[in-house]
Design a protein around this ligand. Structure first.
Ligand code: C2E
Ligand code: CA
Ligand code: CA
Ligand code: CA
Length: 279
């Protein structure tokens, strides 16, 4: 019987493609990851150009898998989206980020904000608005200290419904950030109707800034557009002092990237960015 079991397993493994089988197992594990406390958030600083001070952090999810070690979001978010598990994970991340924000505020960092990434799937959920307002209430977070990052593609998918949801979220008073700006298929006409407070310029336009006059033109156009629409401009993926110099000169309001700080655990974030100041 033991032998037969083993053969059955071999047949199974050969029949399924390796990656499909891996995905299948990963999903089974992912479904339990929240209750088993395997998910956690790291925080990357967002620095205000005018003051060079940390204004807040972006929460980035990680999965500490018992056998596979640390798994980055690029390896499980898509899977979570396809299976619907993302709604649970997203709700967990939202609450965890608000809980952390409350701790930081209690420790004196009451001007910090936290940005949370929303999946397009969550954005399509009828419960999102209630979940956000619940999280704010439970953790006693001022709405303007929470920023929701939404990709262009999510917003553009179903424009009228998305627009209504965004307007409701904006009425709560939370910040709304358009993530990975410039990489999707956004309509500029539509952009003016979005109640967004912030645009995040994708890495792709930052990477070659020092050598590409085209990228300089694109970044300055995004800055002009965003400012004309009364939005803040965040540049992400800033890795070099040269890139920072360009981005500052081009008028970006906030910078994020390894140069300013890598994503770290919340305790480390406090240690690194805790400036002594009068209270
Ligand atoms: P994103 O929202 O565009 O986040 C930025 C990614 O760039 C992060 O990767 C961050 O660690 C990385 N990064 C930051 N600074 C630099 C830099 O200077 N250079 C380079 N090369 N990379 C930098 P990460 O943490 O692996 O996250 C990847 C993506 O996973 C995120 O892209 C976001 O789309 C998604 N994600 C992360 N956390 C969540 C979450 O809680 N919910 C959802 N739905 N998606 C999430
Ligand atoms: Ca993001
Ligand atoms: Ca991004
Ligand atoms: Ca991205």
């Amino acid at each position: 019987a033991k032998e037969a079991g083993r053969n059955a397993y071999v047949v199974f493994a050969e029949w399924m493609s390796d990656s499909a089988e891996q995905q299948f197992r990963l999903l089974a594990d992912l479904r339990r990851a929240i209750e088993l406390n395997q998910l956690f958030l790291q925080y990357q600083p967002k620095v205000r150009v005018s003051t060079h001070q940390v204004s807040g952090a972006e929460a980035l999810i990680r999965w500490q898998h018992p056998e596979q070690g640390l798994i980055p979001p690029d390896r499980f978010i898509r899977l979570a989206e396809r299976s619907g598990v993302i709604n649970d994970i997203g709700r967990w991340a939202l609450n965890e980020a608000c809980r952390q924000l409350r701790r930081w505020h209690d420790a004196g960092h009451d001007t910090w904000s936290v940005s949370v990434n929303l999946s397009p799937i969550q954005f399509g959920s009828p419960h999102l608005l209630q979940e956000v307002s619940d999280a704010l209430e439970i953790h006693r977070v001022e709405p303007r200290r929470l920023v929701l990052e939404i990709t262009e593609s999510a917003v553009m998918r179903d424009t009228e419904t998305s627009l209504r949801l965004l307007q409701s979220l904006a009425r709560l008073g939370v910040g709304i950030s358009i993530d990975d700006f410039g990489t999707g298929y956004s309509s500029l006409l539509y952009l003016k109707r979005l109640p967004a407070t912030e645009i995040k310029i994708d890495h792709a336009f930052v990477r070659d800034l020092e050598n590409s006059s085209e990228d300089v033109v694109i970044v300055s156009a995004i800055v002009a557009l965003g400012h004309a629409l009364d939005m803040d401009i965040v540049a992400e993926g800033v890795e070099t002092a040269g890139q920072r110099a360009y981005l500052e000169r081009l008028g970006c309001d906030f910078l994020q990237g390894y140069l300013l700080g890598r994503p770290v655990d919340p305790e480390r974030f406090m240690q690194l960015h805790d400036l002594p100041r009068p209270r």
